[in-house]
Design a protein around this ligand. Structure first.
Ligand code: BDR
Ligand code: CA
Length: 309
């Protein structure tokens, strides 16, 4: 099974990514690092703890990470997309008990799964950049990285130029893109097409084998309402972060270009992701997902989220 350490900010699509990782028998979620982003770090931590507990996996270490970006600007949250508490109308029970692990647990996890650990990042890059700074020797032994972020040749989602994860902390994003070896980026190019539709959500909601089925419809309703308002003609809501987790086992769901990526840090261009296409320059090794094979994506998604499928 593929060992995943997930850096995230749940958040609706992060929450769906956690559910997916819990349900896919081919994946082994060995820890969740929570940071600010869609909501505060504290809320992200509680949400992650709730989701693993629902699947009877309260033993998975939850490790709080960064609470703000390195630029120390005001953090912008996105309640209109994800809800004030991050999972639409769903809230962890007020009396929920959970244990949080110290930051150094990240180092321990990397050492324990030396050469087989896969790091997936579906939130702002701040915490992961700090892990590179704090534990550079250990990071050499991470097998591969998957990062949801950026928008190449397509508009952003928080500004005309920028996607939310890279916009949230462009300095840290650049740091991660520079030091992460064997890196796959899942930008808006593909994730905006990875939509789940009301019909599909009905199927999940009826699943007797998916422990999260009871919350799928209310979460989707909240999330879809935002996208329907903003994107004329959209048939469903994009699950950016879940697609990123899916690629770990299903690299063939997308087509890639191989270029190293950069993130602009200037004021007007903040968070813009770009590649250097000048013929005289080396292209680099990063796999940037460019096109999604939608039918295949839906088929594989259902195999995990509607296990009786
Ligand atoms: C990304 O930003 C967040 O709001 C989502 O959870 C996703 O990770 C999409 O731009
Ligand atoms: Ca996210």
């Amino acid at each position: 099974r593929k060992k995943i350490l997930l850096f995230c900010d749940p958040g609706i699509d992060d929450s769906l990514a956690i559910m997916y990782a819990m349900l896919d028998p081919a994946l082994d979620l060995v820890g969740i690092v929570t940071g600010y982003g869609n909501i505060t770090r504290e809320q992200a931590t509680a949400n992650a703890a709730y989701l693993v507990q629902l699947a009877g996996r309260g033993d998975i270490p939850i490790i709080p990470g960064a609470s703000s970006p390195v630029q120390q600007e005001d953090v912008i949250f996105y309640p209109e997309i994800h809800g004030k508490e991050g999972i639409g109308p769903i809230r962890p029970p007020a009396d929920m008990e959970y244990h949080i692990y110290p930051f150094d647990t990240i180092r321990t996890i990397i050492e324990r799964y030396k050469n087989e650990l896969i790091i997936v990042s579906t939130g702002r890059s701040t915490t992961l950049a700090n892990v590179f700074i704090l534990f550079p020797d250990q990071m050499e032994f991470v097998q591969s990285f998957y990062v949801m972020g950026g928008a190449f040749f397509v508009p952003g989602n928080v500004t005309a130029l920028a996607e939310a994860n890279f916009f949230g902390d462009p300095t840290s994003s650049n740091y991660v893109l520079t030091f992460a070896q064997n890196l796959t980026i899942t930008p808006l190019n593909v994730t905006r097409h990875a939509v789940i539709t009301p019909g599909l959500v009905d199927e999940i909601a009826q699943s007797k084998k998916n422990v999260y089925s009871f919350m799928i419809a209310p979460i989707f309703k909240y999330y879809y309402r935002f996208y329907k308002e903003k994107t004329p003609g959209i048939k469903g809501a994009p699950i950016h972060d879940l697609l990123t987790v899916m690629l770990v086992k299903n690299p063939d769901l997308v087509d890639y270009i191989n270029y190293d990526a950069n993130v602009a840090e200037g004021i007007e261009t903040k968070g813009l992701s770009y590649i250097d296409v000048r013929p005289s320059r080396p292209k680099g090794q990063t796999r940037i997902a460019i096109d999604l094979h939608y039918e295949k994506f839906i088929m594989r998604f259902k195999e995990v989220m509607v296990p009786e499928y």
